[in-house]
Design a protein around this ligand. Structure first.
Ligand SMILES: [Zn+2]
Length: 133
């Protein structure tokens, strides 16, 4: 896989922060993380473990979406080098936004790249990578 994998979100951009957070929680195990990019999410794979395959990545994306109660309400396609997630019923997203909105407010976002976490210690640790280049 490339160093940065783009995940395009169609119909759920308002949930992108919380989705990026849920995905990052799963990616930690593979030394990768997700960050926000306008209407998409990108996954930094520059330090990722070889065990992180595309299938594994899709499995984690599904897991994160199901965790957001979007089960059976999305399609995942691979378009060139990008993964595209399309929401089938966008009305449900509005409903979920009401439910998860407060959690979205608790998220901390890296000012340099858009990495999302709820843990201040993790954000502090993460920000260091921007100064080590
Ligand atoms: Zn960052």
């Amino acid at each position: 896989m490339k160093e940065v994998l783009e995940i395009k979100l169609e119909g759920m951009s308002k949930l992108s922060n919380i989705f990026a957070y849920l995905l990052s929680e799963r990616l930690i195990e593979y030394d990768a993380f997700a960050f926000i990019k306008k209407d998409a999410i990108a996954v930094d794979l520059s330090h990722a473990s070889d065990r992180l395959t595309l299938n594994k990545m899709i499995e984690m994306i599904e897991d994160s979406l199901n965790n957001l109660e979007l089960k059976d309400n999305y399609t995942i396609t691979i378009d060139k080098e990008r993964i595209v997630i399309k929401i089938i019923n966008t009305l449900l997203v509005e409903e979920l936004l009401r439910k998860y909105g407060y959690q979205q407010d608790r998220l901390l976002i890296c000012p340099h790249c858009g990495y999302v976490t709820i843990y201040p210690e993790l954000l502090r640790e993460h920000i260091k990578i921007h100064y080590l280049l």
